[in-house]
Design a protein around this ligand. Structure first.
Ligand SMILES: [Zn+2]
Length: 206
């Protein structure tokens, strides 16, 4: 059986299992969505939002892109944010980065000729690397630099989101949080809490 076929078969088993455990699950799902969280994460296959947080269909409104970047001038990103804030009225926005991120690693390397779109997307990361070059050069390894930039980038996306009029001027404004996922042990770490906005500053200065 080929892979897409295996996925379709698995879907049938999944739907049957969910319906067996909760006969009303899919009728409730079909009735509409009321997620409380907008998740902005990396496209990386190893960081599936629902799986790592034990969330179910209907819990998360999700936007994923290379290196979990918030681009205020990108219609894809902005349409998701606009709908999440103005229609779904999410209470929380979570930016979730991860250690070992390939998009972040690319920002520390010369641009790849075969990846013009990626190069353009990660330009804000490259700017972040330039701004922190001295501190990054003091780190002992490329891995450490990649992971530090991943942390700094989450903080930066949180800052951009908090400052954006769509977020700032909505009432009540959703709380913006910054998390990072560790591939090595599957755990999430909070870098910035929407309940205590000063924590992000402390992490950025560390
Ligand atoms: Zn990534």
């Amino acid at each position: 059986m080929n892979l897409p076929k295996r996925m379709l078969v698995a879907n049938v088993a999944w739907a049957q299992e969910i319906a067996r455990r909760d006969p009303h699950f899919f009728s409730a799902l079909a009735a509409g969505q009321k997620p409380q969280v907008l998740w902005i994460g990396c496209s990386d296959s190893r960081v599936p939002a629902e799986s790592v947080t034990h969330c179910a269909p209907g819990d998360l409104f999700v936007h994923r892109n290379i290196a979990n970047l918030f681009h205020p001038d990108d219609d894809n990103t902005m349409s998701v944010l606009e709908y999440a804030v103005r229609v779904l009225r999410v209470a929380h926005i979570i930016v979730c980065g991860h250690y070992g991120c390939g998009g972040v690693r690319a920002s520390l390397l010369p641009p790849a000729d075969a990846l013009p779109h990626v190069n353009r997307r990660i330009e804000p990361l490259c700017a972040l690397v330039r701004a922190h070059r001295a501190a990054l050069e003091c780190l002992p390894s490329e891995e450490a630099r990649v992971n530090r930039v991943a942390e700094l980038s989450v903080i930066e996306q949180v800052r951009l989101l908090r400052e954006h009029p769509l977020v700032r001027e909505s009432a009540p404004a959703p709380l913006v949080h910054g998390w990072i996922f560790s591939l090595g042990d599957g755990q999430l770490r909070e870098l910035a809490s929407g309940y205590d906005p000063q924590t992000a500053v402390a992490v950025a200065a560390a």
